[in-house]
Design a protein. Sequence first.
Length: 445
Amino acid sequence: MLDPTIVLLALSVCFGLLATYRLLVLRFPHPLDLAIVSVLYYSLPLALLATVIGDSSGNVLLNLAAADPQIALRSMQYALLACVSAYAGLLVAKLLSRSTPRLRFALLQQDEIKTHIFALLLLGLIVLGIILFGPATYFSGYNVESQAGSAASGTALIYSSIEMLGLVIAYSFLISRGLNRRPNYKLIGIIMLALLSLAVVRGKRLEIISAFLPLGILIFATSRFFGSTRGRLLSVLGAAVLISMMASLRFGEMPTPASIAFNLVSEGLFAGHSLPGVIERLNAGQLEYEYGARIGAGLLAVIPRFVWPSKDELLYTGDEALKDLSPLGATNILAEVVLQGGAIAVILWFLCVGFVFERVYQSLHGFDAALAARRLPAMFIVYLVIMCSFIPHFRDGLVPAMKISLQTLIFFFVISGIRLLPSPTWIIRRLIPVGRRPIDEPHSR
């Protein structure tokens, strides 16, 4: 008789390898594949350590729930259920007829000025955020907390602006592609230099990765070298090693092969503690199912604090119950989905995720034709936000992932749809009545 642990591990590894392979070979990476890799990354390494490998050092399995083989087995069951449900949603979406995207934003030459204005605005907001956080504290290094009363607002300004700067880079690249011009390397270089400087000073990795992802996806899809499987594999491995080295440097340690290897999985190991912690507390009756309350909070969290000053008291009270589950304060989205209603919640949530992700992905089939017509499909904006904001924030839980994604989606729609400089045709149509237009100008019908 086969060991259930080995069966679950084998099936999970198969799903992970399939998703990784698809990420490397598809022209545009499928968001569902990235979501599957994320779910397994934050659940499988810790469960493997608790059930098969063990932790002789005692430095990884940092609470009793994470070290419990039975809870680890349940964690793998939830992760595998999430994978199966997500791909089931994808198959349902494939059975429906493909819809034609209707909403598109023009890509005009005068739109380039928007990228400069928004880049300067966001860089200014980062400076303001550092001032609110406290410059001396901010530049003190990784994980140094500020005691200033405005620190939370400063942190929100800094890291939301960092991710939105990544969208500005992507938008500038899309404009150049639509106009058949060289990308604005000067603007892109300035923004990337600013982001890398913040990464070195503060040691934060997730926000910087989220900022570089939009441009990375566009380069993968439009270049020959990075569009190949070999090019993608080399670039992904190179980026992973650099990020792992940054993890050592931010603690003041010189990178070694052992530290690089450990840092590649350390994020998943430590943030993965929240899932066995939630399972243990649900079993002990210390936590109760939330029945979707946290999902509703994620939708409401997009309301700005100056409109709803007391929103934190209502929307984030549930975080106190999860505060001590993870050693480094990080959580993961699977743990919070389980908290909404166990296996039923996992099935429903990931079934919807698979369905929505596939429908969004189907809209990319007209991407080249849209760019040739100097149009940016709105669904491509949704695709980039899912890939570069929603899924990377799986490690922060439901509320941050939903809130930040909605904020970045609104921002991207604004920079794509706003017209700072009206076209001459627009001016003529509004200043000159139809009956008085020059004879050689065609009438609109």
